[in-house]
Design a protein around this ligand. Structure first.
Ligand code: AHR
Length: 503
């Protein structure tokens, strides 16, 4: 059977916020040290940033970069990471049982964002685990106040004359999780988040603030947590956060390929919860969603590794270094499609994480940097998903899954660039074995040609890029895709991620 949908520029979901292509740099494992920052590496610049990694980050097209955690932030003292590097303290990092040298801190992070380019924007998390309102506003003043106060002058004395201008702030991280240092109940967190938000807005009413939602949809407090936290913070925050990671369980690849079914339901549940609180408050304001941690992550394996080898406070150990297959990249593509399909409410999203730690980019100390399979869908979406998301309602053959029930074989979205009129279709065939014929009826467009159809698929679904074979997997052009009389026709390879550009 053929999968079909119709596109019409009159029917849109919303504009793609560039912040949808954010990422995340946490002080975790080798994300910072030996990842983005490695003084002494042949490709390091004068600040110790690896220029080969910067080049790949630019190619990836990331925008907002969340920092410094993650679980790490809930025990972090931001003051440790500013001032002369030689005087910075070494500290225990409770979250990852590592030693933090603090050689990299706030100033280095801002310089890193600037070096990526103008599209990269800081997204800074404050510690609401072991700390509170006072430390958050001190950090904001140090970072953003122009001059003339002790904290702003301290920044200037540290060599950063210009304020950092950080707009986007996370009010803590995963405070619902019992593993979080300083974990809180929804009432406790709602109160401290509201107090912190109020104080931060007293300094600058234009800051954009993210309240912590649940650390996953499977948390026992999910939805009740969001409702309680938002009841306390509704007028003070702009976003609520969502975090979700997916992995293949027990060899059930069919269910894994349908992971985005869960992600879309999660988004819709959080939107409903936000709007329910808004309705109760008789508010016209809408809270948007910051999906500030998402990815494929083999968490069960990470847990086993941690149990088998409890860390004894090493510095920058190899942690959470998943090596992604083509299958992982196809699932990853469906997660991107899920975000785009909800672009009306999901206006910030961060791929967790950026380098080495569950990351699209890998590095070796003193050695090369390379692209994982997941690099490609992200880079293509960041490059071509610019403009308006079109309303895509698929009529697709379905298949059965143990975890997500009957699921469409086709998962798809489309984005129209209003400047050029070009349309890009992003489509995944979830079927493991059969080609999926696709027909897209184009109404009301002046599209005449296929500008390109790139596919990520492989005869070996477990193929990966590795240090030994860093370019084993890459997208390739598809054959036989046509556009005639307003109908796009393509044959989607089994288990494939497809980017079809129409001009
Ligand atoms: O991204 C890895 C970890 O996952 C983050 O530190 C935490 O917020 C989440 O549980």
């Amino acid at each position: 059977r053929t999968a079909r949908f119709t596109l019409d520029p009159a029917f849109t979901v919303g504009d793609v916020d560039p912040r949808l292509f954010g990422s995340f740099v946490e002080h975790l494992g080798r994300c910072v040290y030996d990842g983005i920052y490695e003084p002494g590496h042949p490709a390091a610049d004068e600040a110790g940033l690896r220029t080969d990694v910067l080049e790949l980050i630019r190619e990836l097209g990331v925008t907002a970069i969340r920092y410094p955690g993650g679980n790490f932030v809930s025990g972090y003292r931001w003051e440790d990471g500013v001032g002369p590097a030689a005087e910075r303290p070494r500290r225990l990092d409770l979250a990852w049982r590592s030693t933090e040298s603090n050689r990299f801190g706030l100033s280095e992070y801002i310089a890193f964002c600037k070096k990526i380019g103008p599209q990269a924007e800081p997204m800074m998390a404050v510690n609401l685990g072991t700390r509170g309102v006072q430390e958050a506003i001190e950090l904001q003043e140090y970072a953003n106040h122009p001059a003339g106060t002790e904290l702003s002058e301290r920044r200037i004395a540290h060599g950063d004359k210009d304020p950092f201008g950080i707009k986007l702030w996370c009010l803590g991280n995963e405070m619902d999780g019992p593993w979080q240092t300083g974990h809180k109940t929804a009432e406790e967190y709602g109160r401290v988040a509201a107090e912190t938000a109020r104080a931060m807005r007293q300094i600058d009413p234009s800051v954009e603030l993210v309240a912590c939602g649940s650390s996953s949809r499977s948390m026992p407090t999910f939805a009740e947590w969001e409702a309680t936290v938002l009841a306390a913070t509704y007028d003070l925050v702009d976003y609520v956060s969502l975090h979700a990671y997916y992995e293949e369980h027990g060899g059930d690849r069919d269910s894994f390929l349908a992971s985005a079914v869960d992600m879309e339901s999660f988004i819709e549940d959080v939107v409903a919860t936000c709007d329910h609180v808004g309705a109760r408050l008789k508010s016209t304001k809408k809270i948007n969603l910051s999906f500030d941690e998402w990815n494929v992550w083999y968490m069960a394996r990470s847990r086993q590794e941690a149990q088998a080898n409890p860390l004894d406070w090493p510095e920058a150990p190899r942690l959470l270094e998943d090596n992604y297959s083509v299958t992982d990249a196809v699932v990853f593509g469906t997660l991107l499609i899920a975000l785009l399909r909800h672009a009306d409410r999901v206006t910030v999203a961060c791929l967790a994480q950026l380098v080495n730690v569950i990351a699209p980019i890998m590095t070796e100390p003193g050695g090369p940097a390379w692209r994982q399979t997941t690099f490609f869908p992200f880079a293509q979406a960041a490059r071509y998903a610019k403009g308006q998301v079109l309303d895509v309602r698929v009529d697709s053959p379905r298949y059965g899954t143990a975890r997500h029930g009957e699921t469409d074989l086709l998962h798809a979205t489309a984005v129209r660039d209003p400047g050029t009129g070009a349309v890009t279709v992003f489509a995944v065939n979830r079927g493991q074995h059969e080609v999926l014929p696709l027909e897209v009826a184009l109404h009301g467009f002046e599209l005449t040609e296929i500008a390109g159809h790139q596919v990520l698929a492989d005869a070996d679904p477990d193929a990966r890029n590795t240090l030994a074979e860093p370019a084993r997997v890459a997208p390739h052009p598809a054959e036989g895709t046509t556009l005639h009389a307003g109908v796009l026709r393509a044959a989607l390879e089994p288990m494939s991620w497809n980017v079809i550009r129409l001009g």
